[in-house]
Design a protein around this ligand. Structure first.
Ligand code: ADP
Length: 493
């Protein structure tokens, strides 16, 4: 039996999952690692923790599957996107901690870009909104703030990588210095139309070209790991950023295919085929994962507070004792009885983009119970997702008939039911919920030849449950118009 080993290097944990040739999980292991908060709003990871936890879980996953390194046909990597590492090529040693995507230390730099109007150029070339999330300003910060870094960069000694690049570089003993389109597209240095690093952006951020890795399709033979590291040379056959890997894991490979991950926040991605769709609603345009050739484009939108609203019910309001209890309570009442919860705790994202909006509970009467509040909170997550789906549908000019889901809160049947009702489309929850790792495995297995094409994968794919809409258009419109009023109430006039 041969397996595909997926390495899923996430923000809070590293996972290794072994998939068999049917796309089934044969063994998995995961390890959390340290989050470093040097100052308010700053987030870092120690590169040694990223590497150590990732290597550690590989052996464990193999043991769980009763397999050995010799049984691994190929490796696929998926990773937290945008997180930035810079190291010295002469030693392989990072010159600073990894600056995590969430880190806000370069927010002022981005405000300045907006004031100067440079954000328009950035959007045209990269499809991104000028924001501190993306790697470019983080690289610049390291070059400007680490002693001697600028001189080393000028001399050609420094290398930049997102986590995928760093992992491959380390695991191959410095032989692989590469990334894929999906990761490159999140750096704010990569032109998504020409599929090349952009010289104008490199000079804008004062970053030498010699720091940047080669860029390849997600499914591609990247090279082999060094035997000194894992005891064997393993072929790395795929790399993709986590959200794009998840999109591929759902086999959303056709125009109009869309997935949502219900985690702490929600991440929506829609495949828009060969067309880079310009958004009129502040969505991001980026690249999809694929095997060989030119990649498809995606539209991406996120809900800041998704499952976190359920944590709020549990930890602050204390009206539930576990996240799962929210489903039970929501089902105890026939409706939210006109109550709406807008979880705009940190402002509203797409399509409203109102940083000053704050959470709101509206429509409360003397009869409002905790069941109503809990139900309305779950509904609030679904309404926010629906707002983004509608924006994507309008931007791309496609009608959405299916939404594929994953992530912790997708386990909530009430939430999925309500999502189907409010979107008036089918919501499909897969049997394998490790969609990110599955996407990396699919890409690697298609590249190595374990699978011949996506048709074969579609044949193996199992939907655990399909949620279909069960309310009529009149009721849907009534609910949506109530939501719009509630959103207005959450915004400061
Ligand atoms: P992340 O990857 O962002 O840490 P996960 O995919 O692990 O997130 O999902 C965790 C989130 O899902 C938490 O915010 C939690 O409140 C929410 N969650 C987990 N189970 C349920 C459930 N049954 N119903 C509603 N929300 C849930």
């Amino acid at each position: 039996m041969k397996y595909i080993l997926a390495l899923d290097q996430g923000t809070t944990s590293s996972r290794a999952i072994l998939f068999d040739n049917h796309g089934k999980v044969a063994g998995k292991a995961y390890q959390e690692f340290r989050q470093i908060y040097p100052k308010a709003g700053w987030v870092e990871h120690d590169p040694k923790d990223i590497l150590g936890s990732q290597v550690g879980v590989i052996a464990e996953a193999l043991v769980r599957a009763g397999a050995s390194m010799a049984d691994v046909e190929a490796v696929g990597v998926s990773n937290q996107r945008e997180t930035t590492l810079v190291w010295d090529a002469r030693t392989g040693e990072p010159i600073y901690n990894a600056i995590v995507w969430q880190c806000r230390r370069t927010a002022a730099m981005c405000d300045k870009l907006k004031e100067e109007g440079t954000d328009k150029l950035i959007y045209q070339k990269t499809g991104l909104v000028a924001d501190a999330y993306f790697s470019a300003t983080k690289i610049k910060w390291i070059l400007d703030n680490v002693d001697g870094a600028r001189a080393l960069a000028k001399a050609g000694y420094l290398r930049f990588g997102t986590v995928d690049t760093y992992l491959m570089y380390a695991l191959s003993g410095g032989r692989i210095f590469a990334t894929d389109y999906t990761n490159a597209a999140r750096t704010m240095l990569f032109n998504i139309h020409t599929l090349k690093w952009d010289d104008d952006l490199l000079s804008l951020f004062d970053i030498p070209r010699s720091m940047l890795p080669e860029v390849y399709p997600s499914g591609h033979f990247y090279g082999r790991t060094d035997a000194a590291y894992l005891g064997r040379e393993l072929a790395i056959c795929a790399v993709a950023g986590d959200q794009q890997a998840a999109l591929y894991g759902h086999l959303c490979t056709n125009k109009g295919d869309i997935k949502n991950t219900y985690g702490t926040g929600c991440f929506l991605l829609m495949n828009t085929g060969g067309e880079a769709v310009e958004s009129r609603n502040g969505l991001i345009t980026s690249l999809a994962a694929g095997v060989g050739g030119r990649p498809d484009y995606v539209l991406e939108g996120s809900v800041f507070v998704g499952g976190a609203a359920v944590q709020w019910l549990r930890d602050e309001l204390r009206v539930i004792s576990s996240a799962a209890e929210s489903e039970e309570l929501a089902l105890k009442v026939p409706s939210s009885d006109g109550v709406y919860v807008v979880p705009a705790f940190t402002g509203l994202g797409a399509p409203y983009w109102d940083a000053r909006a704050r959470g709101a509970i509206v429509g409360i009467t003397r009869g409002t119970s905790r069941e109503h509040i809990v139900r309305a909170t779950l509904e609030g997550i679904a309404y926010q997702v629906a707002d983004i789906v509608r924006a994507m549908s309008l931007d791309a000019g496609v009608n959405i008939t299916e939404l594929r889901v994953d992530g912790g809160a997708s386990a909530n049947n009430f939430l999925m039911d309500f999502q189907a009702n409010i979107l008036n489309c089918a919501v499909l929850r897969p049997a394998v919920t490790e969609t990110t790792a599955l996407g990396a495995a699919y890409l690697a297995g298609l590249t190595s030849g374990m699978w011949q094409g996506t048709d074969e994968l579609k044949h193996n794919e199992r939907t655990e449950r399909t949620f279909l809409p069960s309310i009529d258009e009149e009721e849907r419109q009534k609910l949506l118009s109530g939501w719009q009023s509630a959103v207005s109430a959450s915004r400061v006039k």
